[in-house]
Design a binder for this molecule. Structure first.
Ligand SMILES: [Zn+2]
Length: 326
């Protein structure tokens, strides 16, 4: 029923523009559809390399510079701010001047200080339609461009959120530094770590401490820097802080080069525009390698829960989590 309504509405959008919409649905038939929520627990959220890849692809597809001539919202909860009716009235007619990433947000810069910020959360994705055919299940927001194409937001879990606001600071101001920016130095990281009496893994996942990192790249960075996930942040030495700083940048840059990490073939996985997969999975050193030998020392990679997050480590390389000891 919902699918029918969406299809009819989307077609009606285009018919008002006098164009024929021929949307093909790119995500059907990818892998096996999870049969229950528990099966999807292994999903991972797009992180800096994945979100940046999507931004780069949106720019490459020529979305920046386009006008949004019409938009529709099919699942109002996807729009976190303002209300869905206000969202539509304020968005339609806007020009997308640029597209950037801040943390895990995709930021469409509109007129003046207005932005449309999108957080993909777990399963949010974009695809560009030249036209349309059903089914359009899981498509919750569509934005028709002035070149006849339609930018569609697809989200099976419905956790993705759109924020249309002119108060950028309220939304993005609380984010920590960008780890690949020139301002993010080893010295600054060391000082920031020294003020925190928290376990290092949850701290690195905290977007207010550092922006853009998630479960994959934190596990990879800690393994690369040989730091145990349970180490207290303020116990790290300058040498360790330098190693961590270098490791964070290394794993993120590698993820970027490989256009993100797509794990396996599940439907809830990361894809950039359409069905573009990331190739970083083969480069992962520790994430989701539980039970396999460590690439560095040969010991078995272990999995533990840290701050309610599945965490992968090598007890050989990342051996001691006592404060102040390495
Ligand atoms: Zn090891």
């Amino acid at each position: 029923m919902a699918t029918l309504r969406v299809t009819v509405k989307l077609i009606s959008i285009i018919s008002r523009q006098g164009a024929f919409l021929n949307v093909s649905f790119p995500f059907d038939g990818i892998g096996k559809k999870p049969s229950c929520t528990a099966c999807e627990k292994g999903q991972v959220m797009p992180e800096l390399p994945e979100v940046q890849t999507i931004v780069d692809d949106l720019i490459g597809a020529g979305i920046a510079g386009r006008d949004i001539v019409r938009a529709e919202v099919f699942w109002p909860a996807t729009v976190a701010m303002p209300s869905a009716p206000d969202f539509l009235s304020q968005l339609e007619g806007q020009t997308i001047h640029s597209i950037q990433r801040r943390g895990k947000f995709i930021v469409f810069q509109l007129a003046g200080s207005w932005i449309l910020a999108v957080h993909l959360r777990m399963t949010g994705r974009f695809f560009i339609a030249d036209g349309a055919v059903s089914p359009l299940r899981h498509v919750h927001v569509v934005m028709a461009m002035n070149d006849g194409r339609v930018l569609c937001f697809h989200d099976t879990r419905k956790f993705g959120r759109f924020y249309l606001t002119e108060h950028t600071e309220h939304l993005l101001g609380a984010l920590g530094p960008e780890p690949l920016s020139s301002g993010f130095t080893a010295q600054k990281l060391r000082v920031a770590l020294g003020k925190r009496k928290r376990q290092i893994k949850p701290l690195l996942l905290d977007q207010a401490f550092i922006a853009g990192l998630g479960n994959i790249y934190v596990d990879e960075a800690l393994w690369t820097a040989r730091i145990h996930p349970l180490r207290q942040a303020d116990s790290l030495s300058m040498v360790e802080a330098k190693a961590l700083h270098a490791a964070i940048r290394k794993v993120l840059r590698q993820g970027l080069r490989n256009r993100g990490t797509t794990l396996g073939n599940g439907q809830g996985n990361f894809f950039s525009l359409g069905t573009a997969r990331g190739a970083n999975e083969k480069q992962l050193r520790v994430f989701r390698r539980t039970g396999q030998p460590c690439y560095r020392c040969g010991r078995t990679v272990q999995r533990m829960i840290v701050g309610q997050r599945s965490t992968h480590l090598c007890s050989g390389c990342q051996s001691d989590h006592s404060a102040g000891r390495v």
